[in-house]
Design a protein around this ligand. Structure first.
Ligand SMILES: Nc1ncnc2c1ncn2[C@@H]1O[C@H](COP(=O)(O)OP(=O)(O)OP(=O)(O)O)[C@@H](O)[C@H]1O
Ligand SMILES: [Mg+2]
Length: 415
């Protein structure tokens, strides 16, 4: 969240579009944010999630800032922004400490986190996000077994291990984001991994506990984040998304990118089997003087195959991390690339695990229905909600009936 007086501002710098949203705390519903301003416009200077020309990106941001200003008549400065550069390094790291006085203190937790975060990065890289995903007490050095807990402070233990999900970016990628924002006379309050932000409006704690993967299909990149046992355990960025689908159409029918995009949006479907009947579609081939026709069946065949190729990249990645079988809550799809008709059904057919289109939890964030229900806004909505969670530093309350056992995670005895 980027606080500016009493409101929050997010900036999604996408490969195809830029979004700004403004939100404030709801007066009626505790803990809910209400969107009161927005702006959207084409992006520029961004290739596959990476800013390659900060001057152009800044001009594109300026245009969206103007729209956001005029939508609500509110000036703002600090923004939370996304990063989805495919060259990011995303790792999980452990840090362990010995507990001096047999009861874990806040300081012990902080030391364990610090030790996990102490990644040796080269001088041209930096850690941008570090999220604790689990704490294990008294891990046996030989069997590697221990007890996983949510809130370690106040528990008796000899050792505490913190596991963190860490995002490392090149100074250049971070510098380009900050530079574009600065040139637009704005300030950067927080940079958040795109898929971590996009997860916020859509995933429930239950889904995170059961295992779930958020898939944000954009134009230049597809981002995923996996949550297991309640915490984030894996993220990845693929250089393939909606643009790739359009390029496949352009290649198959020898059309320009723009004409292929029009065909995709106007006649696209993710599954050939959903087509009731074949129809002829007028289109312009490259260099062709006369207009030609293609069959809707053959267009959807190309689209289906292109989406399946994208899904198989995700599948391979999850398989290589042995995560493909541990997602009981399945997959939640968002990003405008998921707007193709039947995207969730094709995903389900391909993965054979529960898959659905993301639906914003309006208890967390609400506002204009057009924004809330459109996956184009996934990341900008998530950036408003994202805040480093420090609830693990809270101490267990002694009167908490089941006390310590109650806070131990469901699947935690890691035997
Ligand atoms: N109805 C639709 N059917 C199919 N694809 C669609 C539809 N609407 C939008 N898209 C595709 O969604 C993509 C844009 O998605 P999105 O706005 O999430 O990307 P972005 O955030 O700008 O880019 P990225 O996240 O990759 O940096 C484009 O490829 C566009 O063709
Ligand atoms: Mg995006």
């Amino acid at each position: 969240m980027a606080a500016d007086n009493n409101f929050f501002v997010s900036l999604d710098i996408g490969s195809s579009k830029i979004v700004i949203l403004l939100a404030e705390k709801s007066k009626e519903i505790e803990g809910q944010l209400k969107i009161f301003g927005h702006g959207i416009g084409p992006s520029a200077g961004v290739k596959k999630g990476l800013i390659v020309d900060s001057e152009k990106t800044s001009q594109a941001i300026n245009a969206v800032v103007e729209k956001a200003y005029s939508s609500c008549n509110t000036k703002f400065f600090n923004v939370s922004v996304n990063i989805s550069d495919p060259h990011l390094t995303i790792i999980n790291r452990k840090g362990q400490v010995l507990i001096a006085d047999s009861v874990i203190t806040e300081k012990d937790v902080e030391l364990a986190l610090k030790s996990a975060k102490a990644v040796a990065t080269s001088t041209n890289k930096q850690v941008i996000n570090s999220v604790p995903n689990s704490f294990i007490i008294d891990k046996d050095p030989i069997t590697h077994r221990g007890v996983e807990v949510d809130k370690p402070v106040g528990l008796e233990a000899k050792t505490l291990e913190a596991n963190m999900h860490i995002v490392i970016a090149s100074n250049q990628a971070v510098g380009s984001i900050e530079k574009s924002i600065r040139k637009s006379n704005l300030g950067t309050s927080m940079i958040v991994l795109n898929s971590m932000a996009s997860s916020e409006p859509y995933l429930s704690q239950d889904e995170k506990d059961n295992g779930v993967c958020l898939v944000d299909i954009g134009s230049g990149v597809t981002n995923i984040s996996v949550f297991t046992n309640g915490g984030i355990t894996h993220s990845a960025i693929f250089k393939s998304a909606g643009d790739q689908i359009t390029e496949e159409i352009a290649y198959a029918f020898n059309t320009s990118f723009d004409e292929a995009e029009r065909l995709k949006i106007q006649y696209g479907d993710a599954q050939v089997k959903s087509l009731r009947e074949d129809q002829l579609i007028k289109f312009k081939p490259i260099g062709g003087l006369e207009e030609c026709y293609l069959s809707s069946h053959s267009l959807v065949e190309v689209i289906e195959q292109a989406y399946l190729d994208l899904f198989s990249l995700i599948k391979q990645n999850l398989k290589s991390k042995k995560l493909d079988r541990s997602l009981k809550s399945g997959y939640v799809l968002t990003g405008a690339g998921s707007k193709i008709q039947g995207c969730d059904e094709l995903f389900l057919r391909s993965f054979r695990v529960r898959s659905k289109l993301g639906q914003v939890d309006t208890g967390k964030i609400d506002g204009n229905e057009m924004i809330i229900s459109d996956p184009t806004y996934a990341c900008a909505l998530g950036l408003l909600l994202y805040e480093p969670d420090e609830s693990y530093l809270e101490e267990l309350q002694p009167d908490n009936a089941v006390g310590f056992m109650g806070k131990i995670k469901g699947s935690l005895f890691k035997f």
